[in-house]
Design a protein around this ligand. Sequence first.
Ligand SMILES: CC(C)[C@H](C(=O)O)[C@@H](O)C(=O)O
Ligand code: SF4
Length: 761
Amino acid sequence: MAATKPRTLYDKLFEEHVAAEQDNGAVLLYIDRHLVHEVSSPQAFAGLKAQDRPVRRPELTLATCDHNVPTTPRPRVMKVAQAKLQVETLARNVKIHNIPYLGLNSTSQGIVHVIGPELGFTLPGTTVVCGDSHTSTHGAFGCLAFGIGTSEVEHVLATQTVVTTRWKSMRVWVTGELAHGVGSKDLMLYIIGQIGTAAGTGAAIEFAGPTIESLTMEARMSLCNMAIEAGARAGLIAPDETTFAYLQGRPLVPENEGWEQATAYWRTLQSDPDAVFDRQWNIDATNVAPIVSWGTSPEQVTPITGIVPSPEDFQDPSKADSCRQALKYMGLEPGTKMTDITIDKIFIGSCTNSRLSDLRAAASILLGRHIAPTIKAAYVVPGSGVVKKQAEAEGLDKIFTAAGFEWREAGCSMCVGLNEDQLDAYERSASTSNRNFENRQGTAGRTHLMSPVMAAAAAIDGRLSDARKYLGGAAVAPETGILQELPTYPQNVEPEDTNTSEQQGTADNTNDDDDTIAAGPFTSVSGLVAPLDRANVDTDCILPKQFCTTIVRRGLRDGLFHNLRWRPDGSVDDTFVLNRAPYAPNPGQDVGRASILLCTGPNFGCGSSREHAVWALLDYGIRVVLATSFGDIFYGNSFKNGLLPALVSAEDIPLLQAEAEAGHELEVVLATQQIRRVATGEEIARFEVDKGLKEMLLAGVDEIGLSLRRAEDIARYEAARGEARPWLTAAVQTGWDRLNFLLRAGSGSLGCVSRIPVDLA
Ligand SMILES: CC(C)[C@H](C(=O)O)[C@@H](O)C(=O)O
Ligand code: SF4
């Protein structure tokens, strides 16, 4: 008998979820758990409405609003009309489709990646998706969790599957004990600094080894959270006793016999000893110091004991250029000691570091101390209402406020600055979030990433600081096993707010009719080529967050590369390529003259999953992006909308750049994968494109319609899965009731999980 091929954890999870195979090698991957938030869902629901398609499995879906909600004390009044409309639209859509919802007024509302695990919605062995790049967080539980774009959100709502191909499998093997004062955030920043932000492109990265096994679940979540910052589709950690102890007793976790069956299965979820990875890195954690970022990419990091580097320190010319650009943006001089950098604002929060153990760790060094008088604002924003209540029960809020921090309501807050929590121009933050991209926390704001204790130390000193000098005993506080006993579920002590239209679901002014962009088959595109001389162009740069509060796809052209086209003072930057002749719009027009964008550096479209970036490019007239590599989610999003991301070789970049700068029109032909000069017909270069996605673009197909034709396969898969893993659906069947009961018992008002009958007897 032939021996079974050893499999990685990723292989096991992937194979378990193949609902149907397609002729072109893609599969319909079944999705067990779908998280939804207000920013990436309105256009998806509008698409369903236009086609009159129902949500296939609403009970496997959990929605919340988190990105643009105010974090100021309740009642939470949304002042920005557009953001309010987005939240109202979600409230209306969940009502229409009977989707469990933790709304603005629920005391359990929170960041989608905090509440999923907290409620037990996230389980080992499952597939978890969300229209959000940091869905990688959930991989800490040994599930296949990944961010998707809005078109895929619609696909999952309609079919409970995504169309995907098999990814590469990579592993980061970590040994050695983390030093006192060093946590998983430092470890992950260190890893990204070593392997780079594009290392995981097209791959799931498994984190394994003795150091990983010793981490708490909350520390593991911080680590997997930032797998996307290493470019990976997903982060993974094999589930173990630590995982099970964290999960047991949470409202949506299987109970009794289901628990026994589930844990028996979960114990098999490990990479086989002989499994082969496409790539492996071995990291010794022993000498990892507290890490801070100095630049505008999460790979631009250094130990706190280090100095700001100089472009000359980088051999790779593209990295040297990025360093130069980052130093300029960050207003830093090479050679400056990191601990000499002064800070204006402190942010402790985000889906990376807003859990109880993070707050405890920061509070442990703030106790009896005060923030420096030069600090303009210090926010601590718990990841969820549950975290907030627990922290208050422990008195952490008192420690923070006594130290001069503002104690806020749960939400994404200054991680992305989609609400009023922002940096002003040229202000500098010490932030526990995950992205230090240009303009991320506010136009011209400067972000330094770090761990919660490091942010607390920076608050005390008013400058970047080595937290270890403030640490006495336990550096990184352990997490609690919350919800292990139901009575400890936080009880609401204040009345629920009832004065917003979100709760009443009266958003009837939404005008969110479907405005799908993908039109007809794509054959070729001819036109001017605008050369963009940058590396790691993130989707925050392509379309800044303030434009993401829309509920439609069109009308985003003004937002495209907004911070490159306009300076912080509002003046036009004439030097930016899209503002220059011959690429700039003709007088009186607002659509550019180039239909092709050439990015000279790698990793175009990394970062956030916002499909808005693709919509903005199209709205400005760009139909093709040429680059040497792309962020995975951006790559997928492009095809769904008829934008071609064409992979060119690094060797061809100088020639293409010369053609572009000369103002030659080029023709990009999809069928033959050629780039030709229009005037002469001469082939300038060739490009690579995913085979299945190419076919889809050539045919201009309705992918959801196509997948729905496989409805029988999906139903057959669901039936078989229901038999093999009965606890999966049982967990939500009883779980929503249980959660409802807890919320009602605690709050007196529900505002969530409205569809499932609740027995309050
Ligand atoms: C708005 C959302 C699509 C986005 C993401 O995908 O990451 C956001 O969470 C972010 O962090 O930029
Ligand atoms: S990265 Fe920031 S904005 Fe994105 S989900 Fe996490 S907290 Fe929210």
